[in-house]
Design a protein around this ligand. Structure first.
Ligand code: NAP
Length: 308
């Protein structure tokens, strides 16, 4: 019996030693040196090559080395086994930190004030009023709910949109396709933290951007393909969308010639809004390995048909 560690990203190497140190009784094999494929019973994956997991006939479960699972469920040949994902307080806190930082940065007009400072130009600007400003969270799951709580501390009006109805104190809830337009109509700030699924791909498009109030601000920390880039650039050009803060992109790394890089009203960050460190996450990976090997349900299971 062995565990496959299959990570196609730059941070893969930091995980293997902590996993081995925390579970000396388990054998971890690192892709592509997996030995006899029949011995692999559990796979920890990050952007595996679609189709390559079919060779592991005795696989009992797959776990995403991240909160998102779009990189797992996109595989049309994904073996029919349970799928788990990471839910990590530290990652969630990082995502909320990012959302709070960038909402406040735009709300308090820091780019304007920084330009005034650069020009040695003193001009009083009245501070805006949080109580009459709605921040909407697109996606009210683990991360979206934490962002909602943390932004509520500043007295913003908080709205949220999810697939199923939610009753969260202090959050005006909207749900489903029927609730989307009314939700967007209210949002001066829109924080997008949806998973990427067939339903959510391209959800930030010409029509949904038009439903925002003029001068709205977008922050996308979900996944890049949630956004139609042409539609967003057009809405920025008219000023209907005042700014976009983007951590995730249709193509990563963002190509050097992409218009986002130099757009005066776009902030680009390199997909680092939140991340997990081995010391916080290895225990839940081991718990899922042991659960899968003994036939128990996984922690933080994923519904492959919903796609998240
Ligand atoms: P989660 O707990 O699964 O929450 C997902 C939320 O999205 C839920 O509220 C869900 O509604 C809603 N949703 C999904 N599909 C929907 C649809 N078609 N219509 C309406 N609402 C829909 O996920 P999470 O842990 O909060 O993570 C969210 C995403 O953040 C991840 O999938 C990942 O893509 C992204 N992420 C990015 C970074 C980064 O560094 N930028 C880091 C971590 C995660 P229900 O509540 O009704 O199910």
């Amino acid at each position: 019996m062995a565990i496959l560690f299959y990570h196609q990203g730059s941070t893969g190497p930091i995980w293997v030693e902590p996993l081995r140190a925390a579970a000396p009784d388990l054998e971890f094999r690192v892709w592509p040196e997996f030995g006899n494929p029949d011995e692999i019973e559990f796979a920890i994956v990050w952007h595996h090559i679609p189709g390559t997991l079919t060779q592991f006939k005795n696989l009992k479960a797959v776990m995403s080395l991240g909160a998102g699972v779009d990189h797992v469920v996109r595989d049309p040949d994904l073996p029919d086994v349970p799928i788990g994902r990471i839910v990590d307080d530290r990652l969630t806190a990082g995502m909320s930190e990012y959302a709070v930082l960038h909402v406040l940065w735009r709300f308090r007009e820091m780019p304007v004030l920084a330009a005034q400072q650069a020009a040695r130009h003193w001009e009083y600007r009245e501070p805006p009023d949080a109580q009459s400003t709605t921040v909407g969270i697109l996606g009210l799951g683990t991360i979206g709910q934490d962002i909602a709580c943390k932004l509520a501390v500043f007295d913003f009006k908080i709205a949220g949109w999810s697939r199923s109805p939610k009753a969260i104190a202090g959050v005006q809830g909207y749900h489903g396709d029927d609730g989307l337009e009314a939700f967007l109509n209210a949002c001066r700030f829109l924080v997008c933290v949806l998973p990427l699924t067939p339903e959510t791909r391209g959800i930030i498009n010409t029509q949904t951007l038009a439903a925002l109030p003029p001068g709205a601000h977008l922050i996308n920390i979900g996944r890049g393909p949630l956004v139609d880039d042409e539609a967003l650039l057009a809405a920025l050009a008219t000023g209907h969308v005042a700014s976009a803060t983007l951590d995730v992109f249709n193509q990563e790394p963002l190509p050097a010639d992409h218009p986002y890089w130099s757009h005066p009203n776009v902030t680009v960050t390199p997909h680092n809004a939140g991340d997990s460190l081995p010391e916080f996450v290895v225990p839940q990976i081991l718990e899922n390995i042991r659960a899968a090997l003994s036939g128990r349900p996984l922690l933080n299971p994923v519904d492959r048909h919903r796609g998240y």
